[in-house]
Design a protein around this ligand. Structure first.
Ligand SMILES: [Zn+2]
Length: 554
């Protein structure tokens, strides 16, 4: 997803504050008590823990005239412990009408957005089993997609239905029943069959296997198949008068099918703008290793909202113009050199879809790295200085009002600083590592060693420290868990420099590069004053701008 905060340029502060609360990313949201519904949603409850999702088989019909949906999800799972009570998430106002197991109906009861399902007898450990869940209703309409998601029952410019689902944050259970938490993805992927009025096309994740036409019912069903594990919120349905073209990309994983789905009147413009896609793939395969979903292809589909990182099915609503909806998020002009949505949302294929967070509190793993990927894309095509200018320029968006890490066990993400501050933290750590090839090998190693996995921030932090050979735990603590930016206090007295850190977590000792008389010098400040002498005297002093720290004279 793109940063919600970056929309403030077009909004009044009052409106922004109101929307922030809706979005759940404000300071208030962090401090309000966790409700039972949030706990059920955001924790690995006993009713979730005993079973591992192996496969989802979702079939859903969209009925635009009544703005309703109806469908089923067959969940294949393995009992990793014995269990007889299962938590299934499906948000109001949708309803589960029936749950079938081995041909018989199971009992279930509702508690808000959770359904408690009772098996007739305990499922034994190690057994692979299935439940079929039938559901229907009028799903929540999206108020401000993709940030406040649901279903968008819209029309395109010529009056055809143009329907999109968006559910990051709010959760996939806004439109289909599942285990709605990041830690468990279907190991064997997912089938997504979408039934729509016969004059419309439904585009979803993975590959289109076949299309059925029910002439009597005047409907078509589009059968999409995802082979790889997939994020719940990455599953999407886009329905409209879509047309399609494709190309093949020769990448690190062999031949990658790329499919583009756009509305007919968009096609000419899109064929130009979407030339960014192979350029994006080339840059990101260089930095992060092979595209993680060759088996499912890569797809870009136009939608009526800005865009979203739906796995193997990135969505696009950026007006076929460079920048982000007409703006440059870096304020340097560099943002107008590329299409922000294609680059950012596709960056999530590595960070978000390949490496996913277990708990929404760690969403910086998705957004911090993906924000950072934008400047690596810039560096790949326009050089290291341009990349640095871009990420440093974007610091203007950082608020430092609340920490990047959110609240665990409650499906509460941290502050919007996870984007630009996350990116700047990683850019700073790259300076500390001070070895570009090693840094790139760490970025590739993360994607290789956490391939198709859900992880915690601790795993990511430890991985980087271990492979950098530097204990970065205090650096992560400082930038992810506090709102304070390290302050370098310094004094110059003839040829002597005195320096120390303020506003840092205990034990913070991040080495930095400073420029003395224009020459780079490494120092490792701590909270204790240190001095060093430069025999030639100190005429000028500055901190290398690549480090995201503040500095002031003592
Ligand atoms: Zn994003």
């Amino acid at each position: 997803m793109t940063n919600f905060l970056s929309r403030r340029f077009g909004l009044s502060v009052a409106i922004l504050s109101a929307l922030l609360v809706v979005c759940g990313s404000s300071v208030h949201a962090q401090t309000t008590p966790i409700t039972r519904q949030e706990t059920l949603r955001g924790t690995i409850t006993p009713e979730r823990e005993w079973w591992d999702v192996l496969h989802y088989d979702l079939a859903v019909q969209f009925m635009p005239t009544t703005r309703s949906i109806k469908g089923s999800n067959v969940i294949t799972f393995k009992a990793i412990k014995p269990g007889s009570r299962m938590q299934i998430d499906l948000q109001q106002p949708l309803n589960i009408t029936k749950i079938i197991h081995n041909g018989t109906d199971l009992k279930f009861e509702r508690e808000g957005n959770v359904f408690w399902v009772t098996f007739d007898k305990e499922v034994a450990q190690g057994v692979e089993d299935k439940v079929s869940i039938f559901y229907e209703g009028i799903p929540k309409a999206a108020k401000n997609p993709p940030w406040d998601g649901g279903i968008t029952w819209g029309h395109d410019d010529v009056g055809n239905w143009y329907i999109n689902t968006t559910c990051e944050g709010i959760g996939a259970s806004i439109w289909w029943p599942n285990k709605d938490i990041g830690y468990d993805e279907p190991d064997r992927g997912m089938n997504i069959a979408i039934t729509v009025p016969e004059d419309l096309v439904a585009v979803s994740n993975g590959r289109l296997e076949k299309t059925d036409h029910d002439v009597a019912a005047k409907t078509k069903t589009y059968h999409w198949k995802v082979i790889n594990p997939i994020n719940n919120y990455g599953v999407n349905a886009n329905i409209g008068n879509y047309v399609n073209w494709s190309e093949t990309y020769d990448g690190l994983g062999g031949k990658l099918d790329i499919n583009y789905w756009v509305l007919p009147h968009q096609k000419a413009q899109a064929m130009k703008t979407f030339q960014e896609v192979p350029r994006m793939l080339k840059a990101f395969e260089h930095w992060f290793g092979k595209y993680p979903f060759y088996e499912d292809g890569y797809k870009l589909a136009t939608v009526s909202y800005p865009g979203m990182e739906h796995q193997s099915s990135v969505t696009y609503g950026n007006y076929f113009r460079n920048g982000y909806r007409g703006r440059d998020v870096s304020f340097t002009g560099i943002g107008f050199k590329f299409d922000f949505i294609i680059v950012h949302e596709s960056g999530h294929e590595w960070f978000g879809n390949n490496i996913s967070m277990k708990d929404a509190a760690d969403m910086w793993i998705h957004e911090g790295f993906t924000n950072y990927s934008e400047n690596l894309f810039v560096e790949y095509y326009w050089g290291k200085k341009a990349g640095a200018d871009y990420v440093i320029g974007s610091r203007k968006n950082i608020e430092n009002a609340s920490p990047i890490i959110g609240t665990y066990g409650a499906n509460r993400e941290g502050s919007g600083d996870m984007y630009y501050k996350g990116g700047n933290m990683l850019h700073t750590i790259r300076q500390v590592v001070n070895d570009d090839e090693k840094w790139r090998s760490i970025l590739m190693g993360l994607n290789k060693d956490f391939w198709h996995q859900s992880v915690t921030t601790q795993q990511v932090e430890s991985y980087i420290s271990e492979h950098a050979g530097i204990d970065l735990s205090k650096v992560f603590d400082q930038y992810l868990r506090t709102t304070q930016i390290p302050l370098l206090r310094y004094k110059i007295d003839g040829s002597t420099l005195s320096f120390k850190y303020e506003k840092v977590v205990s034990g913070f000792a991040m080495p930095i590069r400073v420029l003395i008389n224009g020459k780079p010098v490494s120092i490792t400040p701590t909270e204790v004053i240190q001095t060093m002498t430069n025999p030639e005297g100190i005429k000028t002093f500055e901190v290398d701008r690549n480090y995201y720290i503040d500095s002031a004279k003592m």
